[in-house]
Design a protein around this ligand. Structure first.
Ligand code: ZN
Ligand code: ZN
Length: 154
């Protein structure tokens, strides 16, 4: 399992391999030492039960989506179809637009899920069984505030 640990101080994303399970990492951008506590299921890539960064046990699932990829497909599709439109081939133009939207959908459907920690926003990628539910704004509000108070940001 690959973890993107979020620095509590500056929010930088720090890649960590759960199999190596380091006891602490140092933030490359602000220099803060971040102690990590890996649970056995996390180390073995079986499940995300406890966050190694903040020790929280509340997670949500989201698609591992890079929004810029989807946007690029749509923009390129729009440019090509604009060219056809310019030459009076509107049917082809609409067809290309529709194809770009379909490609976008296909890319989205094939994306893997990843688990995110509600409190510190660390991300967990791997083959483990995803058991967390989808994002809930109310839960996020409550847990983020609790976490930020704990680390002294508020
Ligand atoms: Zn930092
Ligand atoms: Zn966390």
């Amino acid at each position: 399992m690959k973890i993107l640990a979020k620095c509590p101080k500056c929010d930088a994303g720090l890649p960590v391999s759960a199999a190596e399970a380091p006891a602490a990492i140092k933030c490359g951008s602000c220099g803060r030492e971040i102690p990590l506590a890996f649970s056995d299921p996390v180390r073995a890539d079986r499940a995300v039960d406890r966050c190694p960064v903040c020790a929280g046990a509340d997670f949500y699932i989201r698609k591992d989506f890079d929004p810029t990829v989807g946007l690029t497909v749509v923009i390129i599709g729009a440019l090509i179809s604009a060219a056809f439109y310019w030459y009076g081939r509107d049917l082809i133009a609409y067809g290309i637009l529709a194809a770009a939207a379909l490609i976008d959908l296909a890319v989205y459907g094939r994306l893997k899920d990843l688990t995110v920690c509600y409190r510190c926003h660390s991300e967990f990628r791997g083959d483990y069984v995803k058991t967390a539910s989808s994002f809930d704004l109310h839960t996020a509000d409550v847990l983020e505030m609790e976490y930020e108070r704990r680390i002294g940001r508020r």
